[in-house]
Design a protein around this ligand. Sequence first.
Ligand code: MRU
Length: 343
Amino acid sequence: MVETILWTDEGVVMIDQTKLPHTTVDVICRDYKEVAEAIRSMVIRGAPAIGVAAAMGVAIGVQKSTAENLDAEVDLICATLDATRPTAVNLFWATKRMKSLYQTLRENPLAEIRAALIEEAKQVRLEDIEINKAMGRHGAPLVPDGKTVLTHCNAGALATAGYGTALGVIRAAVEMGKKIDVFADETRPFLQGARLTAWELQQDGIPTTVITDNMAGYFMKLGRIGCVIVGADRIAANGDVANKIGTYSVAVLAKENNVPFYVAAPVSTLDLTLESGDGIPIEQRPASEVTHVHGVHIAPHDIAVQNPAFDVTPNRYVTAIITENGVARAPYKESLAALARKR
Ligand code: MRU
């Protein structure tokens, strides 16, 4: 399976997701500013993978620091990482986890602090893979056998430390012996579906068909889709789900066509401080992602452009939310809070 992100003696190594699927090349981040830039520029992307990168960013920042005031330096490192992308809550979850550990160790010798932060960042990565496998075990029974699963964006091994959230559930269903195939929405404008989901599922030999985003309704109406499974970047206490732009349209189409709409996400993606999805910050990305496809300018020069990277699907469209602690169903306020408490 693909290694999305690794801690090495040379630095934080990530597969460059902006170059996939045709070029497989690694990027080595040797300080926290390079990690922050890798997150901002989407060399690494996907909520859980961003969380792992942020944890490693804090660890490498403290390794390289020559600051006299390490408390202030850790604050600066975390603030720099936090400023990269606003929507995926896993980023803030990870920097908070690393900062909390630092605070318990701050009186210790520097070498001990550094070693402990490296271990913690590696642990965040390993835990993520285990969490995805647990999500797969909970989610696989929900996947209808002999049917097509539609997914949007990339919520796979590349969006996590390995195995994936939505694609983890699909992988687990295949491992259970279910005969399924996948329709991958291409996911304009960044094309995570066509470039990344298609690539990683093809590597696993899971039959996959790429469709453009505007074809999903057509195939649902024909009865071709057994269920939809997507990941999430942030889930509010009431079960409203922020995920890649276009997810909301897929969810509405799914309800209209009586297709179950599942969200697979770790508990670290829950933001129970937000009552509803209205409070989730939506990242606005550069206009060039919309006006250009692979460097080719396809829109008139100087045209107005909007490029929100995420949308929020209201909880009424969500059939169930699959986490590592079990499956939540409406009313989500109670079911998500119970799963968040579970260890
Ligand atoms: O902009 P991206 O590529 O980081 O957006 C990723 C998504 O929206 C994923 O669906 C989400 O992070 C879940 S990944 C397991």
